[in-house]
Design a protein. Structure first.
Length: 163
C-alpha cells in the first residue's frame, strides 16, 4: 500500500462501506433494468430511454467501485448472494405504474446517497482523497438525477421553495 501512502488499517472500514455500496449499486442496476423492460403507458418513451441511461451509468459505477476496492488492495464482493445479504436496497416487483417506478428509484437514491456519505466519512478518516473524490462526484450526479426525476413527477402548477 506504500505507493498510495495510505494506512491499510485505516482503509479497511472504507472498503467495507464500498462493498456495501457495490452491492447497493448491483441491486439498483437490476431494478433499473426491470423498470426499463416493464414500463408501459403514456410515459413509456420518456422513461424507457431515461431508465436505460440510468442503468448504463450504474453499470459504469459498479465497475469503478470494484476497481477502487482493488486499488485499495482489497477484494471486492463479487457474488449475487452476498449482494442480496449486504445491500441496503431491496429487489422490486415488475408490476409498478410509471409514477411508482420513479418514486421507488427516488427512495433508492436516498439510500445510495446515505451509503455514499458513509463511504466519504470513512475515507476522510483514512485520509483517502481518491475515494472521497470518486464518491463525491457520484453524490453530485445522483442528486441531479434525483432532482430531474422529482421534477418529472411534479405537477406543472407545483413550485419549488423560495428564499
Amino acid at each position: 500500500m506504500n505507493y498510495l501512502n495510505l494506512d491499510i488499517n485505516k482503509t479497511e472500514s472504507t472498503v467495507s462501506e464500498l462493498n456495501i455500496l457495490l452491492a447497493d449499486y448491483h441491486l439498483y442496476y437490476q431494478k433499473l433494468r426491470n423498470f426499463h423492460w416493464n414500463i408501459k403507458g403514456k410515459n413509456f418513451f420518456d422513461l424507457h430511454v431515461k431508465f436505460e441511461e440510468m442503468y448504463d451509468d450504474a453499470k459504469l459505477k459498479v465497475d469503478e467501485i470494484a476497481e477502487r476496492i482493488l486499488t485499495l488492495r482489497y477484494q471486492p464482493t463479487s457474488n449475487l448472494s452476498e449482494y442480496l445479504k449486504s445491500s441496503n436496497i431491496k429487489e422490486s416487483k415488475s408490476e409498478h405504474t410509471d409514477v411508482e417506478m420513479v418514486e421507488t428509484l427516488l427512495d433508492d437514491h436516498g439510500i445510495l446517497i446515505s451509503q455514499m456519505r458513509k463511504v466519504v466519512e470513512h475515507a476522510g478518516n483514512a485520509e483517502d482523497e481518491g475515494t472521497i473524490d470518486l464518491i463525491g462526484a457520484y453524490i453530485r450526479e445522483l442528486e441531479k438525477t434525483s432532482w430531474m426525476l422529482d421534477a418529472w413527477r411534479m405537477n406543472t402548477s407545483d413550485n419549488h421553495q423560495t428564499v
